[in-house]
Design a protein. Structure first.
Length: 203
């Protein structure tokens, strides 16, 4: 089942947002809002700066939970995009040269879009090639195009997210354009909390 063009465009926008604007995930913990009472003035200034960045449409990290981060971007103070994001903990085969990979789950209330799953593989795949995501015993077929993948059947996105909330590991397998089968493994620790924050910021 191929997604309608308008859904593909939505996901291309979300992927561009993640690729070019997000804070590198390795820096997320140090960029997370401080809970310390020390340096209150400095923290307040940082918060003000982050609020200005969000209002300008530049994504900012609002929280970090386990291996997932929550991000917010805001255009004109009204149109919001929120997403939970993670990078793989393991990538096989280890000797393949590829760009960073991400799984992110985005919400755009102004477009009535919630919990939209997108996967950036970090390498060119065969269009409509073999790709799937496994969470425990649950398997979800993916559709691939370029470096990106999405749940093949949009009606299964809700089931996919519920499986991830209950699970401990997400495994994404896909064939590259050169025919290499790859496996990316993601920790699901912190996903539920990150999604709760996304829901709070983009209800």
């Amino acid at each position: 089942m191929i997604r309608p063009d308008h859904s593909i465009r939505h996901r291309v926008f979300a992927i561009a947002l993640a690729l070019f604007c997000i804070t590198p995930f390795s820096l997320m913990a140090q960029n997370a809002p401080s809970t310390s009472t020390k340096g209150t003035t400095k923290t307040a200034k940082k918060t003000d700066t982050k609020a200005e960045e969000a209002a300008s449409g530049k994504p900012m990290q609002v929280a970090s939970y386990g291996d997932w981060g929550a991000f917010l971007a805001q255009q004109g103070g009204k149109k919001k995009t929120c997403y939970a994001l993670a990078q793989p903990k393991e990538r096989l085969p280890a000797n393949l040269k590829r760009d960073p990979a991400y799984v992110f789950i985005s919400s755009r209330p102004a477009e009535n879009v919630h919990n939209e799953i997108s996967i950036i593989m970090g390498f060119p795949m065969k269009d409509n090639g073999e790709a799937r995501a496994d969470v425990g015993n649950a398997r979800f077929e993916l559709i691939s195009k370029g470096n990106n993948a999405w749940v093949k059947n949009p009606a299964e996105e809700g089931q996919f997210i519920e499986a991830m909330k209950r699970g401990s590991k997400l495994v994404v397998k896909a064939s590259s354009a050169k025919g290499n089968m790859t496996t990316d493994s993601y920790s699901l620790a912190g996903l539920s909390q990150a999604l709760e924050r996304v829901q709070k910021d983009c209800p």
